[in-house]
Design a protein around this ligand. Structure first.
Ligand SMILES: *Cc1c(COP(=O)(O)O)cnc(C)c1O
Length: 385
């Protein structure tokens, strides 16, 4: 059977699509003594973080990586702030609320935004991207759309974009650190995630990687980056030249460093395997109750956010409320899928048997159903190690 989380599981169980339970090593790192953001120990730690991020994102050897002092949305915003100038044509792939957020941000930085869309629960078609490229100077896509549990075909989309010469910005919030990600091989120019998703670090940091092409685009701007705080030049002042730009949250750096190291030591294939393992055990346990995958095309299912259509007559609000009273947080749908689906998080430390066994135990009790826990355990055991 898959090994459970290495330390006693915290009392409150987060099964949400972020934040995820903090990794025990990250939790311990938060207790380290305070140091200054300009201290040599912190610069040494930062260099390790930068190297580990290159590995996580699969970058070229010297690619610039850094942590932004904010959540995943700051990573998103920093890309548009630095790479868009008023009047630029930007093509945004929109098949859920995070794609829509990208379109909104690009517009606020003056872009003429066009959208490639797909129906909710379906992936973006790379052929649609090719057909709409036009004179776009930047294309933006969400790799894993958390709002619907859809995985967009990023390598194929990147291929199309690269042939056009446009830059490509990717939201890897639900994928990097858990699912394959190859910035260099796929030809991606700007990528970000949030510390509290696949890495199970505390929220408040957005790890980014920026290609040389993107840095050159930034250097050639006609006007300064309107977001001073995340100007690529200012980031390099601190992360490369070790000069003061703003005070980085040192304690969060400690925790992030520990969480990223733990992820790299565990290895990507082991992480992917436990996502698959727990995911199919959840399905085996819940399918007899009438839960079905919301995303019908298997290839378009995002492994790290399991979107399940609820059985007919299922009282979503009441059940999630009762679970919350038992210290178990489960997330429902967003906007048009509210009341229709659950979105079970399988990122970072959430993708373990213990927290989901706790959900099955609680559901057996709340629904008066037997067999959820035993079906869950059987499915876990059925998978060869
Ligand atoms: C969570 C999430 C974000 C936003 O991250 P915050 O940390 O909430 O700002 C962006 N994109 C995707 C795909 C997400 O799941």
């Amino acid at each position: 059977m898959l090994e459970d989380t290495p330390t006693p599981f915290p009392q409150h169980i987060l099964l949400t699509p972020g934040p995820t339970p903090i990794h025990p090593r990250a939790q311990r790192a938060l207790l380290r003594e305070m140091l200054g953001h300009m201290d040599p120990e912190v610069f040494a730690l930062n260099r390790e973080i930068q190297a580990d991020l290159r590995e996580m994102y699969g970058t070229a050897p010297e690619t610039f990586t850094a942590l932004l002092a904010g959540t995943g949305s700051l990573g998103m915003e920093a890309g548009f702030a630095n790479l868009v100038e008023p009047g630029d044509e930007v093509l945004v792939c929109v098949n859920g609320s995070f794609g829509a957020r990208m379109a909104e941000m690009a517009a606020r930085y003056g872009a003429r935004v066009r959208q490639v869309t797909a129906p909710l629960g379906e992936a973006i078609n790379p052929a649609d991207v090719a057909a709409q490229l036009g004179r776009a100077s930047l294309v933006a896509v969400v790799h894993g759309e958390t709002s619907t549990g859809v995985l967009n075909p990023l390598p194929e989309i990147a291929d199309v974009v690269r042939q056009s010469g446009a830059l490509l910005t990717v939201d890897a919030v639900t994928t990097a650190g858990m699912e394959p990600f190859q910035m260099q091989a796929w030809g991606i120019d700007y990528v970000y995630t949030g510390a509290q998703k696949c890495l199970s670090a505390p929220p408040g940091l957005a790890p980014v990687a920026i290609s040389d092409r993107a840095l050159a685009r930034h250097a050639a701007r006609r006007t300064p980056t309107p977001l001073w705080y995340c100007d690529f030049g200012g980031l390099r002042d601190y992360w490369v030249d070790q000069s003061y730009h703003h005070t980085v949250p040192v304690n969060l750096h400690y925790a992030f460093h520990a969480a990223l190291r733990a992820a790299l030591e565990e290895g990507l294939s082991a992480r992917q395997a436990r996502v698959q393992n727990v995911s199919q055990a959840i399905l085996a346990a819940l399918a007899p109750l009438g839960f079905t995958p919301y995303v019908t095309d298997r290839a378009a299912r995002l492994p790290t956010v399991l979107a399940l259509r609820l059985p007919a007559g299922f009282d979503d609000a009441a059940i999630r409320g009762a679970l919350r009273a038992r210290e178990i947080s489960v997330t429902g749908g967003l906007g048009p899928t509210a009341g229709l689906i659950w979105r079970l998080g399988l990122m970072g430390e959430a993708a373990r048997p213990a927290p989901y066994r706790a959900l099955m135990t609680a559901l057996e009790d709340l629904l008066g159903e037997r067999g959820l826990v035993s079906r869950f355990d059987e499915a876990l055991n059925a998978v060869p190690a």
